[in-house]
Design a protein around this ligand. Structure first.
Ligand SMILES: NC(=O)C1=CN([C@@H]2O[C@H](COP(=O)(O)OP(=O)(O)OC[C@H]3O[C@@H](n4cnc5c(N)ncnc54)[C@H](OP(=O)(O)O)[C@@H]3O)[C@@H](O)[C@H]2O)[C@@H](O)CC1
Ligand SMILES: [K+]
Length: 490
């Protein structure tokens, strides 16, 4: 896929390199700051025409510099503007010092700001350069502003949000709107940062796109642009055998619903044939519930081994309602040469036996997609989960590399990562998607895409997106069955 600015995002470190490239090419960095600050003032004027006063809070770096530009532009528009500064404004350097000199408003000390009704805060304390927990003075003003409910327009990021991880460094503003520059950063997409940005505006301050694309890693927002070139595999006109055969494993008679949800989702998502592989004890229950999905008795490794002689059986889902234990491990280790979605109990079964699984995937070379939520991620990747320095994206990338599989690290900010380091963050999932059985449905959709021949990263990313769209279409009262019914065609 060709890289375009429309769906990539960059880390703060990559953005610093972009800035340097722009400077080396002769672009004047102060003109970039002027564009940035002017865009912020324009957004504030557009969003808050009735503001009684714009209060600009300026920090000690270039984020503060943007704030001084914005304050001057707001004052020029005739608005009432007050500036408060963190630290000694006389100590500002470079472009920020220049912006401060060109702003006729004298800043007061940050401590002096008490929010008033009618205020709109322009938050320019810290942006990409936040390097540690916010200082006490900033924490206090953040607390007062958040408690007052006055709207906040954040420059680049709500101050206190770590641009690399989305974590809150001590305290952060809760912005109504965030204006960032050239491309979003992980902090805009990962929770809890995402929930504190409000609406996000990505403003082009005039750095040529080639510099951004040139420094961008393989990080993407999960939109159809990322995978639509592989949709040819999902031709609804194709013969049912051509559209692939998906097999979903079912557990014991007490927990058959989860696997049936996966199977139904797989059929709806376009798999040509779907078979539920069931132990003897659950056959009768399953038979009484299934119509279009076929049923096959698989009661142990001997049955499975005989079935797998049919190499047309290419794609499997194992985990939903399967039960944790040796049977799951034995089955999974036999499936590592196929396309396999490993979910729920299938993942948990490898707690403290994960190396055996990862080695087998490496040896057999199958296309494995694992779909852990936080708890499951911690069970199978304990070392990575415990590393608090890593962002959710970095954790998913490390897990994909270690396990030789595609990782779908689920949550409100699901991350999809491949062993190559390619990663995508999903942004279309409504909060109510976290309903019982929702994960089973997702596993089935991924399985259907794999069965139809999509490569594993794209199959998973497209499934996560489609699952989110199904959630939006199903509405707030969505059940897992409604998600299946509401799933849009691709
Ligand atoms: N191309 C672009 O995108 C453009 C970006 N632009 C803008 O530049 C912004 C990035 O600027 P930046 O690098 O100067 O970082 P910024 O966020 O101002 O903070 C650094 C300052 O804060 C300090 N500091 C840090 N943490 C601290 C803490 N916890 N507690 C106390 N102090 C702390 C740190 O001090 P130090 O760590 O060095 O001691 C330093 O003084 C970016 O967000 C965007 O708004 C535009 O102007 C145009 C082009
Ligand atoms: K900020």
């Amino acid at each position: 896929m060709s890289q375009t600015l429309s769906n990539i995002f960059v880390t703060p470190a990559e953005m610093t390199s972009v800035d340097k490239d722009a400077a080396h090419s002769g672009i004047d960095s102060f003109s970039l700051m002027r564009s940035a600050g002017t865009a912020v003032s324009a957004a504030a004027l557009r969003l808050y025409p009735g503001a009684l006063r714009f209060v600009t809070l300026c920090g000690p770096g270039n984020n503060g510099g943007d704030g001084y530009v914005a304050a001057a532009a707001l004052a020029e528009s005739g608005a009432c503007v007050t500036v408060f500064a963190l630290g000694e404004p006389a100590k500002l350097k470079g472009d920020a010092a220049r912006a401060r000199e060109r702003c006729a408003l004298a800043p007061g000390p940050l401590d002096g700001y008490e929010p008033q009704p009618g205020d709109v805060v322009i938050d320019a304390l810290f942006g990409a350069g936040l390097a540690r927990e916010v200082p006490k003075q900033a924490r206090n003003v953040i607390g007062r502003v958040n408690a007052s409910g006055v709207p906040v327009v954040a420059v680049d990021l709500p101050s206190g949000i770590d641009g690399r991880t989305g974590e809150i460094r001590g305290a952060s503003f809760v912005a109504a709107h965030t204006v960032t520059f050239m491309a979003p950063k992980p902090g805009h997409l990962l929770m809890p940062g995402r929930a504190r940005c409000g609406t996000i505006e990505v403003f082009d301050i005039g750095i040529p796109g080639r510099f951004v694309v040139g420094r961008a890693g393989d990080l993407h927002i999960n939109t159809p642009t990322l995978w639509e070139e592989h949709l040819g595999a999902l031709d609804p006109e194709a013969h049912k055998y051509k559209r692939g055969h998906l097999a979903v494993f079912c557990g014991g008679s007490a927990s058959t619903g989860a696997a049936r949800l996966s199977a139904a989702a797989g059929l709806r998502a376009g798999a040509g044939l779907v078979t539920l592989a069931s132990p003897v004890e659950a056959l009768a229950t399953n038979a009484s519930h299934l119509t279009a999905v076929m049923l096959k008795e698989i009661d142990g490794t001997a049955d499975l081994s005989a079935w797998l002689k049919d190499k047309r059986l290419s794609t499997f889902v194992l985990g939903p309602g399967f039960g944790v234990g040796k049977t799951a491990r034995d089955f999974v280790l036999m499936l590592c040469d196929r396309a396999l979605v490993l979910d729920a109990d299938g993942i948990t079964s490898f707690k403290e036996a994960e190396e055996q699984l990862f080695d087998r995937i490496a040896e057999e070379g199958g296309e494995v997609v694992m779909t852990p939520h936080d708890g499951e991620f911690g069970r199978i990747f304990p070392g990575i989960a415990a590393d608090t320095a890593l962002s959710k994206i970095e954790k998913a990338q490390a897990a994909a590399k270690l396990s030789h599989s595609v990782i779908v690290y689920k949550g409100p900010d699901t991350v999809i990562a491949a062993p190559s380091g390619r990663a995508a963050v999903n942004v279309n999932a409504p909060p109510w998607l976290a309903t019982a059985g929702s994960g089973d449905v997702l596993a089935g959709i991924i399985g259907a895409h794999l069965a139809q021949g999509m490569p594993s990263f794209e199959a998973a990313a497209a499934a996560v997106w489609r699952h989110g769209e199904a959630g939006v279409a199903a509405g707030r009262t969505a059940t897992a069955e409604m998600l299946i019914e509401s799933m849009p065609p691709l």
